[in-house]
Design a protein around this ligand. Structure first.
Ligand SMILES: *[C@@H]1O[C@H](CO)[C@@H](O)[C@H](O)[C@H]1NC(C)=O
Ligand SMILES: *[C@@H]1O[C@H](CO)[C@@H](O)[C@H](O)[C@H]1NC(C)=O
Ligand SMILES: *[C@@H]1O[C@H](CO)[C@@H](O)[C@H](O)[C@H]1NC(C)=O
Ligand SMILES: *[C@@H]1O[C@H](CO)[C@@H](O)[C@H](O)[C@H]1NC(C)=O
Ligand SMILES: *[C@@H]1O[C@H](CO)[C@@H](O)[C@H](O)[C@H]1NC(C)=O
Ligand SMILES: *[C@@H]1O[C@H](CO)[C@@H](O)[C@H](O)[C@H]1NC(C)=O
Length: 585
């Protein structure tokens, strides 16, 4: 099928039309980036769609993220995968998880698999083009072998953890079902205990600030590619999942539910991180030359595993589900290059588009042999175009016991099958209006007093209609009661939605369209992707990962010699066996 040529033709035409207006654009944009831009990506973990306040919630505010959103471009239709490992794989490879074998669930710490070693990462590409590449925070793309880990996958520097998540203070991960527990925090390849007892959001923020300061101290000799993958607001180990510093909690005493109060504080500390990063870039005079992106890896978990009270209101579903609540991220991007700063961009963009899009911003053309699924939307983004018809494979997971898929082309979305026997299929999150952040009384003044706002105004000032943008970023559901819905039972038949008119997936159009070419073309395309999917890389847990064998560290166990007392018993048994066999022979 000639989908990709068709699409590139559209963008090519767009580029020609846009070229005609370039003269004007330069004048409007004022300051152009000179040389390759610094790329700064801040990614939250499991942040709900409605857990930023730029979409209208006053339950708890995120003034720095909001200031970035209003100063830059709100990515109103940024789609990720519904879970962490697939989403991060798509970000770093520019490919659908079904094309790299990363589509099924996530890597549990004891499992010996990862992003295939023959895949090229975004970090490889930027490093190969003269960038310093730095990962601060979470990896979660494999650690059973040393070669799976970030500094062997294109990152010059890594400070953070390799597995799924850690404790916010002691940086340990417990796999309760197997009784494995160990510390998981490293600087490059070495376990790092320097920060034990410090709050991890602050550790990661400080490390990002240090990277920015170092970069400036080295006279900006290389442009910086910085991926700041926060733990926040993901839950920590089951024994104590919600963790926030006392000074952050004190701002949220009006929230009665304790879990929700902790969640608000976890998000709020994350919000402050965005402020500190922007401050550092401003202090080092790097803002002008930087592209700043904020997003979440997937939707928030309202129910079930690692639930945090996250809310994807008013969207359907949540993390680990095929619905919009699992895959639509509240995201924003800023660069002095953008012609329409202070706008809501409705173009659909997939997390895998970020690689080719940001590469294009840096004048890098990825090798066509990489066969990326992501599209280069840089010129559409730069000039505010919204007309590229995008197809997106959100999820195709054929792995038993619960096969499910979600696919979009243009305004049409198909969902078939679901997760957790349908437990996450409802409208799960709410917008709490009974408990209101006192700062929302002076919302606009609060935003305009953030350092993010003040710094970004200095380099790309101009009128911004804060309340207008907040209004535009609000999602309205057509139906207000379930009686008005046309139900979808995805375990019985596929469902079809017009996602533009019905972002809340209330009105299933399958019965109406099932015999038409609209549905049949979509279905055929989905079958094609399914048939060509790479088999999932997942492997069952391997007991030799047990951190007890490796000084209580989670490590690349397949490359390590177990060394401490827990293993000496194993060693001696091995020795006895060896002696025995020698005796036999
Ligand atoms: C990596 O290797 C796998 C298995 O051999 C293969 O299916 C896949 O196409 C390879 N990927 C790349 C990018 O070469
Ligand atoms: C880390 O902290 C958690 C929660 O307080 C606790 O359950 C766990 O035992 C601690 N682990 C280590 C290694 O200190
Ligand atoms: C920084 O780089 C510029 C341009 O290469 C050079 O002119 C300047 O002397 C350098 N400054 C320092 C402190 O190295
Ligand atoms: C603005 O921010 C500063 C520094 O954070 C603070 O001291 C001041 O009270 C704030 N002003 C208003 C009006 O919120
Ligand atoms: C801001 O946007 C709102 C809603 O779109 C509109 O009603 C208002 O007139 C705008 N204000 C200004 C100053 O443009
Ligand atoms: C769709 O096609 C089937 C089989 O050809 C037919 O029985 C059914 O009535 C058609 N439904 C609609 C809504 O046209």
């Amino acid at each position: 099928m000639a989908m990709s040529t068709h699409l590139s033709k559209i963008s090519h035409n767009a580029a020609i039309i846009l070229l005609l207006t370039t003269g004007l654009v330069v004048v409007l944009a004022g300051t152009e980036i000179s040389g390759k831009p610094n790329i700064i990506i801040i990614m939250a973990d499991d942040l709900g769609f409605d857990d930023v306040s730029f979409r209208g919630s006053n339950n708890f505010l995120t003034p720095n993220i909001d200031a970035l959103a209003y100063s830059g471009v709100i990515l109103n239709n940024l789609y990720t995968a519904p879970m962490c490992t697939p989403s991060r794989a798509a970000l770093l490879t520019g490919k659908y998880p079904i094309n790299t074998g990363m589509q099924h669930y996530v890597i549990v710490n004891d499992q010996p698999w990862g992003l295939p070693l023959n895949e090229t990462t975004m970090a490889d590409i930027f490093r190969g083009n003269g960038y310093r590449t730095s990962l601060i925070g979470k990896w979660h793309l494999g650690m059973s072998q040393r070669n799976y880990t970030p500094t062997l996958r294109g990152f010059d520097y890594h400070l953070g953890y390799l597995g799924a998540y850690v404790d916010y203070y002691n940086q340990s991960y417990e796999q309760v079902s197997k009784g494995y527990r160990g510390h998981d925090f490293r600087e490059n390849l070495k376990p790092n205990h320097e920060h034990v007892d410090k709050y991890v959001t602050d550790i990661l923020t400080d490390a990002a600030v240090r990277e920015i300061d170092d970069h400036a101290a080295k006279n900006n000799s290389k442009p910086l590619f910085l991926l700041l993958n926060h733990l926040a607001p993901h839950a920590a180990n089951d024994a104590d999942p919600m963790q926030a510093p006392a000074d952050e909690l004190s701002g949220f005493e009006y929230i009665r539910d304790e879990t929700h109060r902790y969640y608000a504080a976890m998000v709020s500390r994350l919000d402050k991180s965005v402020g500190h990063v922007v401050d550092a870039l401003a202090r080092q005079d790097m803002l002008q030359n930087s592209i700043l992106l904020f997003l979440s890896d997937n939707g928030g978990p309202t129910l079930g595993e690692h639930a945090t009270t996250a809310s994807n209101y008013p969207l359907r579903g949540q993390k680990n589900s095929p619905w919009e609540g699992g895959i639509r991220s509240s995201a924003a991007i800023w660069s002095t290059e953008f012609e329409r700063l202070g706008s809501v961009w409705k173009q659909q963009i997939y997390i895998g588009d970020l690689l080719p899009t940001l590469a294009a911003a840096a004048g890098i053309s990825p090798d066509p042999d990489l066969r990326l699924d992501g599209l280069n939307l840089w010129s559409a983004l730069k000039y505010g175009y919204e007309s590229v018809e995008r197809e997106i494979v959100h999820v195709i997971d054929e792995e038993a016991p619960e096969p499910h898929l979600a696919y979009t082309r243009g305004k049409w979305k198909v969902v078939s099958g679901t997760t957790n026997s349908g437990r996450y299929d409802g409208w799960l999150g709410e917008r709490v209006t009974t408990e209101v952040d006192p700062r929302s009384q002076e919302y606009e003044a609060l935003i305009q007093n953030t350092s993010v706002w003040l710094q970004l105004q200095k380099v790309s000032g101009g009128e911004r209609n804060i309340s207008g943008l907040r209004q535009q970023a609000r999602i309205e559901c057509p139906a207000t009661t379930e009686d008005e819905h046309t139900p979808c039972l995805p375990l019985e038949a596929p469902c079809l939605f017009d996602i533009e008119a019905d972002p809340c997936e209330q009105n299933n159009l399958y019965e109406e369209y099932k015999n038409t070419t609209v549905f049949q073309d979509l279905w055929q395309r989905v079958q094609q992707f399914t048939a060509q999917a790479h088999p999932p890389n997942n492997k069952p847990g391997d007991p030799s990962c047990n951190p007890a064998f490796y000084h209580n560290e989670w490590t690349w166990w397949q490359d390590e010699t177990p060394s401490n007392s827990a293993f000496s018993l194993k060693n001696s048994i091995f020795l006895i066996l060896l002696l025995n066999s020698w005796w036999i022979f």
